[in-house]
Ligand binder design. Structure first.
Ligand SMILES: Cc1ncc(COP(=O)(O)O)c(C=O)c1O
Length: 483
């Protein structure tokens, strides 16, 4: 039938006709951004054309940027905006560290998140509807019942052995071989990072951070009386190693640590390539600067296999790897962990001083879920949903925001970083959006030195077709600022 059709359109080759059909389905919205297009084999069977013809058609559609190949996963409809520039624009950081002061905006964004009347594009939290609530509830109750007195007692640092064993087993997929004794349980990932900062630094020290970076960390650094030195990062390569090398070589300040979100960074969504992870670890080791690595989004890779962590290349115990189950299972359970290498003992002491121990029942429930709850199956489901939602939201931004707006194409996680034309103020947009019931995270929060005035971060975890209108409103408000 397709061959017959083709004879009618004599000027078109067979592969162009196949490509035209898929393009039509995309343009009409039958196949939407983030959705998988038919596999080469099934389309070839369906249309009665050769595998090579479909391959040629897909390669043509890739050139037109309508679809994209994902390793080991097939072809997907692309979102419609260009990427942020791949490389950092500046390679040499300004060598003057900055004291952070964004407290007021930070508190406002946090409070807005608690307001159920606002569309929640603000905090980077997962959609609770996608979490295995019923299973977790059952496990919370059965594990606590079984543990009885132990469930109401302190799980003193390093924390529940059962949970540490599960975490050590899973670490294999991140490229690490830990024993349970090398893992310490914390109350969430933020506590893990803060314990690391506290152990490694003294007030007045400088922390090297990639920029932009998750705003909570900038607040923590401020609270500890530390300074930040911002090193440019890109969504493709992560922290710039050239800029980092330059800073390590030239700065006069005492550098206490370097802090990096290595996989699906918040907010850029990028992933440090493996080779760069290895070089990052070696570079910091050479200068004797510890690396605090946050891998909280690592399990939310859109590809079938999760990426390794920088810690996988650590030979001397200089990397403190931090993570939690807040993005994948239950942010409210407050269960995180740290594998702190040669600093483990100091971290254990700091944890005890900070709050004695992390709550026991939630540790037991997460341990149970990891051992018998089908965590991998759950991850496969939510990764697929987030990949689709992120692409659909990026597509909506493309439709509604001013031309010349750029948006990231994350490889995992659920957040998007949007760079609007220079004249647009993210803070003004934030105020206007609140008036009409929408919250997001304004770009200036992600830097201690006044960058990203025209950027915003949006959470796609709650994406539904019905909130397409909220993106349209943000786009309209942004357009108005240009007039
Ligand atoms: C990079 C990063 N680290 C840590 C956290 C918070 O982790 P937790 O809730 O486990 O403390 C977040 C939450 O947004 C985050 O984006």
């Amino acid at each position: 039938m397709l061959k017959h059709e083709c004879q009618q359109v004599a000027s078109q080759t067979l592969y162009e006709t196949v490509a035209g059909r898929i393009a039509y389905l995309v343009e009409e919205g039958t196949l939407r951004p983030g959705e998988r297009v038919p596999s080469i084999r099934s389309l070839s069977k369906q249309l009665g054309v050769s595998i090579n013809t479909v391959k040629e058609a897909y390669s043509h559609l890739e050139d037109r940027r309508l679809i994209e190949a994902r390793p080991q996963s097939g072809y997907y409809v692309r979102a419609r905006l260009p990427d942020l520039p791949d490389e950092p624009v500046v390679d040499e950081p300004a060598l003057r560290p900055t004291e952070v002061s964004l407290g007021k905006v930070y508190r406002m964004v946090m409070k807005d998140q608690l307001n159920p009347g606002l569309v929640p594009f603000g905090l980077a939290i997962p959609d609770p509807e996608l979490l295995p609530i019923d299973k977790l509830n059952r496990m919370l109750s059965s594990a606590s019942r079984r543990a009885r007195t132990q469930a109401v007692s302190y799980a003193l640092p390093p924390g529940s052995e059962k949970l540490r064993t599960q975490i050590a087993r899973r670490a294999l997929s991140c490229g690490c071989t830990f024993s349970p004794d090398e893992v310490l349980i914390t109350s969430g990932c933020v506590e893990a990072v803060v314990l690391a900062l506290r152990v490694l630094s003294r007030p007045g020290d400088t922390i090297l951070v990639e920029t932009p970076i998750y705003f909570n960390f900038l607040q923590q650094i401020e609270d500890l009386g530390l300074k930040t030195l911002e090193i440019p990062a890109s969504s493709r390569d992560g922290i710039s190693l050239d800029a980092l090398g330059y800073a390590l070589e030239h700065t006069q300040d005492r550098i206490a640590a370097c802090l990096v979100i290595s996989n699906f960074n918040n907010p850029l969504g990028g992933q440090v390539p493996d080779e760069n992870k290895r070089r990052l670890v070696e570079l910091l080791e050479q200068y004797q600067v510890p690396l605090i690595e946050d891998d909280i989004y690592g399990d939310l890779s859109f590809a079938d296999k999760r990426p390794v962590v920088a810690k996988a290349y650590d030979r001397s115990g200089n990397v403190l790897l931090c993570s939690s189950f807040s993005k994948t299972l239950a942010p409210g359970y407050r269960v995180g962990w740290i594998a702190a290498g040669r600093y483990q003992e100091q971290i254990e002491r700091a944890k005890m001083l900070a709050n004695v121990a992390t709550a026991t029942p939630t540790q037991l429930a997460i341990a149970e879920f990891l051992s018998t709850g089908g965590y991998d199956h759950h991850l496969r489901t939510i990764r697929r949903v987030y990949a689709r939602q992120v692409a659909q939201m990026a597509d909506a931004i493309g439709r509604y925001f001013p031309v010349d707006t750029r948006v990231t194409r994350p490889l995992g996680g659920f957040i998007l970083w949007v760079e609007m034309p220079q004249q647009i103020s993210a803070m003004k947009l934030y105020e206007q959006a609140r008036q009409v019931g929408i919250t997001f995270a304004p770009g200036p929060l992600f830097s201690a030195s006044g960058k990203y005035q025209n950027c915003i971060r949006l959470n796609a975890a709650f994406w539904r077709d019905e909130i397409d209108g909220a993106v349209a409103t943000l786009g309209r408000l942004a357009q108005e600022q240009l007039r």
